[in-house]
Design a protein around this ligand. Structure first.
Ligand code: PMP
Length: 413
């Protein structure tokens, strides 16, 4: 890299140049995209990897002897190996492709819950979970007679770790918690959670949907049993994601869905299932999704977590300071360890009204309960306005946000 790119502002300019969607006007204003926790924009490298696959290699995988099918299969399995390397899995067999975090959690709830939960067993989740890490467990509990136990959160949006420890018992069959809260940005002490659960012989599933884009993940070092994430929040294509599972767990679990690719031999007398990872991947997969996510991981590695961490830390501090200074604005979620997410409310104004006004200024934020209704209930609010940042956002964009929030305050309060 040439020396001038060591300057953070020039690096930021270069990085922003990699994301075509950032450079457009919305409602006559330059777009300020602050909805990264919902989905991240895609760099040219990902768009190119996906379109080049469709332009030249498009074919079905694992089934054809012809050249295109072999090329597609090679690219698909190379993507799996790259994704496995990126998250520190010890083998590509531990990387199961899914439609996203939601399907990854449902898979574990169905396959693990279906075989291992019995009446009176307990599953621990937390009060800050996304609905996709609550409802699949409720469904698994309904089917099995197991009971959901909930780790409470503090007013500042942190897990009450003493309460968590007290919930662990011989009845606990699984702990399923989020690595980073999508609503508040809280970074949970996942190492502590995993070691406390393991002391009781309890496996842990982490919902990593919000963590992958912000920090480097090593599932082996974490010693986590299951780790779930979505490609689209990680600058890759939508409708694609990953379930990491320790090989010994995945070997023990029954398949999720039946169909092509997940079998070795089908006979009316009985069917033999395929080896890992294919046992869990029935039907034609999202081939371009795997190729796109792999390209996204290469892209993020190129940007580097040093730049990402510095940039996001600066944006979080700067945005928190600017927004706090606005009369009537209350920040929701003040955990000590936070990702670059600022959730807030403006007096008694409804978050939806604030978001609609911000959109008129070209600013995209998310409003509402963020698929965490139990957390909103705990905090006694209907929802929040959430600005979520990525490494490609700038202080200038936060200045635009502040200006627009002040205008919203003048109109609504
Ligand atoms: N968990 C968390 C923490 C999330 O933020 C999200 C997405 N908002 C999900 C799970 C669900 O992800 P997906 O819709 O991509 O399956």
């Amino acid at each position: 890299m040439s020396t001038h790119l060591h300057s953070p502002s020039l690096r930021l300019e270069k990085v922003r140049g990699d994301f075509p969607a950032l450079h457009q006007s919305v409602n006559g204003r330059p777009l300020v995209y602050l909805d990264n926790a919902a989905t991240a924009q895609k760099p040219e490298a990902v768009i190119e990897a996906v379109s080049s696959y469709y332009r030249t290699d498009n074919s079905n995988v694992h089934r054809g002897v012809h050249t295109l099918s072999q090329r597609a299969t090679d690219a698909f399995e190379a993507a799996r190996a790259n994704i496995a390397r990126y998250i520190g899995a010890s083998s590509p067999k531990e990387v199961i492709f899914t439609r996203g975090t939601t399907e990854a959690i449902n898979l574990v709830a169905f396959c693990f819950g279906g075989t291992r939960f019995k009446k009176g067993d307990e599953v621990i989740v937390s009060e800050m979970e996304h609905h996709s890490n609550i409802v699949p467990w409720q469904m698994a509990c309904e089917r099995s007679g197991a009971v959901l136990r909930v780790i409470p959160v503090t007013d500042s949006g942190e897990l009450q770790m003493e309460a968590f420890r007290a919930l662990l018992s011989e009845r606990t069959k699984l702990v399923a918690v989020t690595h980073i809260s999508n609503s508040l940005g809280t970074i949970n002490p996942v190492e502590e959670i995993i070691s406390a659960a393991h002391e009781h012989g309890v496996p842990v599933l982490l919902d990593g949907a919000q963590a992958l884009p912000h920090c480097s993940i090593d599932v082996t070092a974490l010693d986590v049993d299951f780790y779930c994430f979505s490609s689209h929040k990680m600058f890759g294509p939508t409708g694609f994601g990953v379930l990491f599972g320790k090989e010994h767990w995945l070997e023990q679990l029954p398949p999720y869905q039946g169909g092509g690719d997940m079998i070795k031999v089908v006979d009316f007398a009985g069917t033999t299932y395929n080896d890992l990872p294919h046992k869990f991947e029935a039907g034609t997969p999202h081939i371009a999704g795997a190729i796109g996510l792999s390209a996204a991981m290469d892209y993020v590695s190129g940007v580097g977590f040093e730049f990402i961490a510095n940039q996001e830390k600066d944006l979080l501090l700067y945005a928190t300071g600017r927004l706090k200074a606005i009369d009537g604005l209350v920040i929701v979620g003040n955990a000590k360890h936070k990702a670059a997410v600022v959730s807030f409310n403006l007096g008694s104004a409804h978050p939806y009204d604030v978001g609609t006004i911000l959109d008129k200024f070209g600013i995209g934020v998310r409003t509402g309960h963020h698929c965490t209704q139990p957390l909103m209930k705990r905090l006694g609010i209907p929802g929040t306005v959430r600005a979520s940042f990525s490494f490609y956002n700038s202080r200038a964009e936060i200045d635009q946000l502040e200006l627009a929030v002040r205008k919203a305050a003048a109109m609504l309060l």
